[in-house]
Design a protein around this ligand. Structure first.
Ligand code: SF4
Length: 326
């Protein structure tokens, strides 16, 4: 039941709160150890805020975040400091997330120094090891971020995240800023590392085709809420929410025979303001299947047919896959 509201204020000297941006509104999900949950949605849906709330870059307005049975929201600063070693984040833009004034050796080793993980020599040796682990030559250790390509910088960011032996990695759009040609390499690297170190990922992306490549389960977000949550294959084959259906219809299919039959669903209108949520179902202002009840009654997020498949839609049994007839 995680909530993250940001107050909106007016005035410079006498600030007055005029409302709240409901970035994340009553969201619940779990991730099993060693698995990947893909969190998907368009910009402004709240997915990045969830990632940042988990790692406590933001303090949630309400709700709980359990890691190994401990609530990270209520933890004192010392316990949180220890737990944060186990939960690391990889950011979207490898050009912005690495400080250009430091060598990649300093950037990768910094978390190990913070957590006192050995002598200078031991940390340098471990840094070299981490660089080779992510496919970079250890002799690059004294170079600066600007000497590397986007894909290589994201590898450096992955090495930095791995430095403190994390268990959960929150990857926020880790390949969105990269050329298509190097995306697959970084995704494969993340998957190999997951197998090797039994890592758990929360993989945040706006791109369903990328998520399909890496996730075991997928959660779809719209306006601060999860509207559908299911095993990856089930969600792609039999979506139960019209928003998921619309997102899926935009994913190109490599097989030209199936691609020809793909039904494109174009959503009209913009995302409503998160300060003024629509009544009833939040998606009704853009939903091609909306009926009167949708404007008045909010659909429950509940289990639908299939294994652990949840959706929030009054008419989920009428939702068809955009490639169902292909
Ligand atoms: Fe569309 Fe209604 Fe379902 Fe909401 S409840 S997704 S408006 S059909």
């Amino acid at each position: 039941n995680l909530k993250m509201y940001f107050p909106v204020t007016r005035g410079i000297i006498f600030q007055k709160t005029v409302g709240n941006i409901q970035a994340v509104d009553d969201v619940s999900f779990g991730i099993a150890r060693g698995q990947t949950l893909g969190l998907v949605g368009e910009s402004g849906s709240g997915k990045t805020t969830i990632g940042r709330s988990i790692i406590r870059l933001y303090k949630p307005t309400a709700g709980q975040v359990f890691f190994d049975g401990q609530d990270m929201v209520q933890m004192d600063a010392d316990t949180l400091w220890k737990i944060r070693k186990k939960v690391q984040m990889i950011f979207q833009d490898p050009f912005a997330s690495l400080n250009p004034r430091f060598t990649i050796g300093s950037l990768v080793s910094e978390p190990m120094h913070i957590y006192h993980m050995g002598s200078r020599q031991e940390i340098r040796a471990r840094t070299e090891e981490l660089l080779s682990l992510v496919g970079l030559r250890p002799e690059y250790i004294d170079r600066y971020p600007h000497e590397f390509s986007g894909g290589q910088r994201q590898r450096i960011a992955v090495a930095r995240a791995l430095a403190v032996n994390p268990e959960l990695i929150i990857a926020d759009e880790p390949v969105s800023a990269l050329d298509v040609s190097v995306r697959a390499q970084v995704l494969n690297l993340l998957q190999n590392l997951q197998g090797r170190f039994n890592l758990t990922y929360l993989f945040i992306s706006h791109d369903l085709s990328v998520v399909r490549h890496v996730a075991d389960r997928v959660a779809v977000m719209y306006l601060g809420r999860i509207v559908e949550l299911a095993d990856r294959d089930e969600l792609y084959i039999a979506p139960k929410h019209p928003y998921t259906r619309a997102l899926l219809s935009a994913v190109p299919i490599p097989d030209p025979l199936i691609e020809k039959k793909r039904q494109r669903i174009i959503l009209t209108g913009d995302l409503p303001s998160p300060m003024k949520m629509p009544t009833g179902c939040r998606f009704h202002t853009r939903c091609p299947m909306a009926q009167n009840i949708c404007r008045e009654v909010e659909p429950a997020f509940e289990a639908k047919e299939g294994h652990e498949h949840y959706a929030a839609c009054h008419f989920s049994d009428q939702v068809e896959s955009p490639i169902a007839k292909a």
